[in-house]
Design a protein around this ligand. Structure first.
Ligand SMILES: *Cc1c(COP(=O)(O)O)cnc(C)c1O
Length: 366
């Protein structure tokens, strides 16, 4: 048996006939930049996320950049964020000239909200929680801190489309929610794409303007220098099609997690079980184990591909050297970086494959 970690080829195969027709229709329409698919996508997302506005963009990274920029993050400012994320959530802070101020995470891999207040200074311009693996941070507590200190919250929702906390959608808690539709995310485009959600009309208008060279309807009068951060109409068409099955895909991923939990020896494998206030969408299924590297090799030898999200904490990356963090600064993040292992969870896995993987893991520890 050989079990790949992700299965994009299978996804394409399953939708090829319909997707090719949609691509053809969109190209025939002649609207390649901007167009009705974009408008449709934005309407759908703001409805799903229960926010007033959605803006489609070219990536999750640009969503984060534009959000922080518009919320006033400038040179010398500070942004609070966890050190165990995908590198982009920190790079965007750096590129605005600001300093990432890390806060360690909890056992469930999300930012420890009880440690945020200690890191707030007069230079803190934003708090950026990351809803890692499709599990949301404790947003009620984070929003209370935000209100107390009047510091805006930018949610990194790249891994959390449709996730909920206390019944409220990811992307609808903070001032802005930033999403990615990279091919490896649960709602995926056929290339780079992203989007953001907000209830702030002023922010919405400004970002809409900035994403396309700072041009309004009148293309000749520019009030602000902008970027090129638009989503392609073609990607929007693909996402509109895929949105129709997103609920189903997330349900399958949730069922896959339950099947793992029924079969894995949970005395040897730690997994933070879903709490009643959570609705997790499992962009990834990450277990925490002893002897992780040997388990990874063992699984590989038996045909199972796995991944590590992420093996080197951001504060220990070479690029972070100038920030002067050292080993030991974020013990939980550092411990997890040695124990986390991402098992295949995609919607194309067969039941018997999940049972096979679980048995291999149990065997390894027996
Ligand atoms: C994927 C991801 C991003 C970046 O999204 P892109 O669309 O690839 O730019 C940012 N943050 C997190 C946590 C991610 O997983």
């Amino acid at each position: 048996m050989r079990i790949p970690y992700v299965n994009i080829k299978k996804q394409y195969k399953s939708e090829k006939r319909k997707i090719l027709k949609i691509i053809d229709q969109t190209l025939e329409s002649g609207n390649w930049v901007g167009g009705s698919e974009i408008e449709k996508f934005e309407k759908k997302i703001s409805k799903i996320c229960n926010t007033k506005y959605c803006i489609s963009l070219n990536s999750g990274t640009d969503a984060l950049t534009l959000a922080l920029h518009l919320l006033g993050v400038r040179k010398g400012d500070e942004v609070i964020t966890p050190p165990n994320s995908f590198i982009a959530s920190t790079s965007v802070i750096v590129h605005l000239g600001a300093r990432p101020v890390f806060v360690d995470v909890k056992k469930n891999q999300n930012i420890d909200e009880t440690k945020i207040e200690d890191k707030i200074t007069e230079r803190t311009k934003a708090i950026m929680p990351v809803h890692l693996t499709g599990r949301m941070c404790a947003m009620d507590k984070i929003i209370s801190i935000s209100e107390k200190y009047k510091i805006p919250v930018v949610e990194d929702c790249a891994q959390s489309i449709l996730s909920k906390y206390k019944g409220k959608m990811s992307g609808s808690w903070g001032d802005v929610g930033c999403f990615s539709a990279h091919p490896l995310k649960n709602l995926n485009a056929m290339g780079d794409a992203g989007y953001l959600t907000t209830n702030n009309r002023n922010l919405y208008n400004k970002i809409k303007n900035l994403r396309t060279h700072g041009m309004d309807e009148s293309r000749d009068n520019i009030k602000n220098f902008g970027y090129v951060s638009r989503m392609d109409n073609l990607q929007a068409a693909i996402l509109n099609f895929r949105l129709r099955s997103l609920d189903k895909i997330i349900n399958i991923r949730r069922e896959n997690v339950n099947l793992y939990l029924d079969n894995l020896n949970l005395n040897k494998v730690y997994f933070p079980l879903e709490l009643k206030e959570e609705f997790n969408t499992y962009h990834t299924f990450v277990i925490q184990v002893d002897d992780r590297d040997r388990l990874k090799k063992y699984l590989k030898k038996n045909g199972v591909d796995t991944a590590i999200h992420y093996p080197v904490p951001i504060h220990l990356q070479k690029a972070s050297k100038y920030l002067n963090y050292t080993k030991g600064d974020f013990p939980e993040t550092e411990k997890q970086s040695k124990e986390i292992l991402t098992l295949p969870i995609n919607q194309f896995l067969k039941k018997k494959e999940i049972i096979y993987i679980s048995k291999l893991v149990n065997n390894f520890y027996s």
